[in-house]
Design a protein around this ligand. Structure first.
Ligand SMILES: Cc1cc2nc3c(=O)[nH]c(=O)nc-3n(C[C@H](O)[C@H](O)[C@H](O)COP(=O)(O)OP(=O)(O)OC[C@H]3O[C@@H](n4cnc5c(N)ncnc54)[C@H](O)[C@@H]3O)c2cc1C
Length: 293
């Protein structure tokens, strides 16, 4: 597929384990990093026209990639990394990482994204999953989101036109590409924001298995109750299937201790769901995304 180089940087026979925080997956035939927004749109149109399968991958911090190889094209938006600050907004391209966005905001004395400093991943994926923590979520600050829709049309949707809720948006169930977003930018004390970031990091260090191979919370919290607490009370901490283990530190995290396969993680998820249904009559809902190809 020589034509792929028309759109940006192309890598072949890529070991996907390096591209997701669980360290899962086989080999992808191609990985393309489009040069800019126009090239991304052209690439998607080209792949659809030629019926070539593709998968959009951010930082791979919320996905369970399959064990088998992928014959198609992985698309990474590393070069879609522009941020434009205006009076009280920031226009952010989908490939910007949350960590770098928060840091750039602080340089402009914008403090309202500090809550998200510890969330790995890209803005594009954050807008798909409505990420949040410490009482805030990204849709608190969305003005509009620009997408390439199912009919290859670029559309800018105001927040009111986007169905979104706790850790979910309509984009989770649609084959759209998030291109960029306009976010509300609120100025405040940088010193106070940095103090808050430090405190939040300490809370994460104390409660989450940082530094291990994981993809964040496995399940959403059911209304009024913590998924981690339910799983802990069912004695799952430290429970293993293959090299997939429920974190001894936080029961809503699964860790790849060494060479876990996707199927070990999925089996563990299935077992936890079944146990909590039997014990508490609660249907735990997955926050992580099981990818199939
Ligand atoms: C240690 C740790 C802590 C975490 N803490 C939190 C937390 O506090 N709060 C929270 O909400 N999450 C948290 N997460 C989960 C994760 O970081 C977020 O869900 C994040 O938004 C995923 O971003 P990503 O770029 O890695 O997405 P990926 O995992 O690469 O992709 C996620 C989904 O988004 C899709 N996608 C990616 N880019 C686009 C695009 N441009 N257009 C359309 N679809 C796209 C992918 O196809 C995939 O379906 C944590 C994860 C880890 C590992």
């Amino acid at each position: 597929m020589r034509e792929l180089t028309n759109f940006g940087e192309v890598l072949t026979q890529v070991d996907l384990k390096k591209y997701n925080t669980y360290g899962l997956g086989g080999t992808a035939a191609y990985l393309v990093k489009p040069n800019d927004l126009t090239k991304l749109i052209d690439l998607i149109k080209y792949l659809k026209e030629h019926k070539i399968s593709y998968y959009l991958l951010g930082s791979g911090s919320n996905v369970i990639l399959p064990d088998n190889d992928f014959a198609g094209v992985i698309i990474k938006l590393d070069h879609l990394n522009k941020i434009t600050f205006a009076a009280d907004t920031a226009i952010v391209e989908a490939g910007v990482t949350m960590a770098s966005f928060v840091q750039e905001c602080l340089k402009h004395e914008i403090v309202n994204f500090s809550f998200a400093a510890g969330i790995p991943g890209t803005i594009g994926a954050a807008l798909v999953g409505n990420v949040g923590c410490f009482g805030h979520e990204i849709y608190d600050y969305v003005v509009d989101v620009t997408i390439l829709d199912e009919n290859n049309e670029v559309k800018t949707l105001p927040k009111a036109a986007i169905t979104h809720g706790y850790r979910s948006t309509e984009f989770k169930n649609r084959a759209v590409v998030i291109l960029s977003a306009t976010l509300k930018a609120m100025k405040g004390s940088v010193e106070a924001a940095q103090k808050q970031i430090k405190e939040n990091n300490c809370k994460r260090q104390a409660t989450q298995p940082l530094g291990t191979k994981n993809a964040g919370s496995v399940f959403r919290n059911p209304p009024g109750v913590s998924a981690g607490k339910l799983i802990e009370e069912a004695n799952f901490k430290g429970f293993k299937i293959g090299d997939a283990m429920v974190s001894p530190k936080h029961a809503n995290f699964i860790i790849n201790t060494q060479k876990a396969r996707s199927r070990d993680i999925i089996e563990l998820i299935t077992k936890i769901k079944k146990t909590i249904k039997e014990k508490n009559n609660i249907d735990l809902e997955l926050e992580q995304i099981i990818v199939k190809w």
